[in-house]
Design a protein around this ligand. Sequence first.
Ligand SMILES: [Fe+2]
Length: 245
Amino acid sequence: MYLDTHIHILPGVDDGPVDVGESVEMARVLVDLGWSGAVATPHIRPGFCDEDPEQLRSRARVFSSTLEEQGIALHVLPGAEHYLDSIVYERVLAGRSLPLGGKGSLLLIEAPITHPVPNLAEKVFAMRLKGITPVFAHPERCHVFSDLELASYVVQAGAHLQLNLGSLAGAYGRSSRALARQLLDRGLYSVAATDLHGAKEALDMLGAWVDDLTGAVGPKLRDRLLGENPRRLLEGREAIPLGAA
Ligand SMILES: [Fe+2]
């Protein structure tokens, strides 16, 4: 069974589903396609969405109970997608953040899509010194990771790269798709995630996105990226590299 480590599924908190009905619909699609767990990761991005981590924990708990009451077998854990600007970066270093799964060292971090990120390697190093393990959301969509040497360096420094399924399928354009293929070929991803924002996208696209991943890497590595490695990381274990047998 798969475990999603990046999804905007909590109702009315960010640019995800507008109400709980839509959230429940998304959960149904995930379960139908093989997911048994999901970390709800609303945006934390000042000026856009900036809810307190404790509030986000509470929202995830409430939504998980709603699914349980409705008999939908998707276990929802708390998390957040932290935007890498100077404000959030300082909060992260100060420990004011929400780890993936609600505890442990993993922090989902989104680099700016089009802007450069000054001193990314130093930032990763500083986070590692604080005991944080950055998980970079959709690096294939972020300008800074078009530098493949830098991408490789941050992985060696202990960060993880998270493939967005839609990128590989071409949902974000040709250059994101091409970079996703390059990062896959170099074995730099640890996990893959949906980054879904709504029920229509889930219903219309998710099955095809999984098929595209299967076509690109085969069923064994698909299961490693969508199920085995997400679970291992959330349990505090090492991910199995894509190149390993
Ligand atoms: Fe996201």
